[in-house]
Design a protein. Structure first.
Ligand code: ADP
Ligand code: MG
Length: 236
């Protein structure tokens, strides 16, 4: 069993390395784990949207991505699929702690992301949780220690960084900022800076927004490294 797993990991690594992402239309053409493929299939996702077609291949290869596409274009899967895949390929287990932090401007949007994560991640063994202040701080604090993937709002996450004893952020591999433009518009810039200050520099960052904000100073603060800018140009 272990040997077969090792072979499967190797095969997947090779498929990702050799994948160029050109001309694909379906999720089934991506080099994905069978777990994610099954999750997508059960949720009836087959064809990639434009932003998914552009962003997922880059993110699967570990690149930082700056994605812009209007509301309703499918940005959620554009980052959730890479989050699951990258952690899996890093052989992430419950023991490894927090591996991915997904920041959303509001509780409602965070809850929507979490629902999609639960659907497409159902075949994976990762533990995931919502950290948006919907529960008592103490309950969230206890749950946080067991989470591999956290979907959070900026204020509540920073509160945990300040108050949750033993919160381990040194292992975070991926940072996702969804609706980054809105996070900044809502005045969370300073909060975001403080969160990012607590994260390791060696990580992958995926940033999505509905508008084409390419403001260099804003991006610098987010610590994107040689990010690929992908935008879907449609009348928004
Ligand atoms: P955005 O974040 O860009 O506003 P969402 O990720 O919320 O968009 O997706 C908008 C809608 O499109 C959702 O109902 C979602 O289920 C659906 N959707 C996303 N990707 C696909 C896809 N590849 N195929 C079919 N429907 C999709
Ligand atoms: Mg969205």
């Amino acid at each position: 069993k272990r040997k077969r797993n090792a072979e499967e990991f190797q095969l997947l690594e090779t498929r990702v390395r050799e994948f160029d992402g050109k001309g694909i239309t379906c999720f089934s053409e991506l080099p994905l784990t069978k777990q994610t493929a099954a999750g997508l299939h059960k949720a009836h996702f087959k064809t990639l949207t434009d932003i998914q077609r552009k962003a997922i291949p880059l993110a699967l290869k570990g690149r930082d991505v700056l994605g812009a596409a209007k509301t309703g274009s499918g940005k959620t899967l554009a980052f959730l699929v890479p989050v699951l895949e990258v952690l899996y390929r890093k052989k992430w287990t419950t023991m490894d702690g927090l591996g991915a932090l997904i920041i959303s401007p509001t509780r409602e949007l965070a809850a929507q992301i979490f629902d999609v994560l639960r659907k497409i991640g159902r075949e994976h063994a990762f533990s995931a949780g919502l950290v948006t202040g919907g529960k008592k701080l103490k309950d969230e604090q206890e749950a946080l220690h067991r989470m591999n993937i956290v979907v959070c709002t900026p204020g509540r996450m920073l509160q945990h960084m300040d108050q949750t004893v033993g919160l381990m952020l040194d292992n975070v591999q991926l940072l996702v900022l969804d609706e980054a433009d809105r996070i900044l518009d809502m005045g969370f810039g300073k909060t975001l800076d403080a969160i990012i200050e607590n994260l390791p520099r060696e990580r992958q960052t995926l940033l999505f927004s509905a508008t084409q904000t390419k403001c260099v100073t804003d991006l610098a603060r987010l610590g994107l490294k040689d990010a690929e800018y992908v935008a879907v140009h449609e009348a928004a």
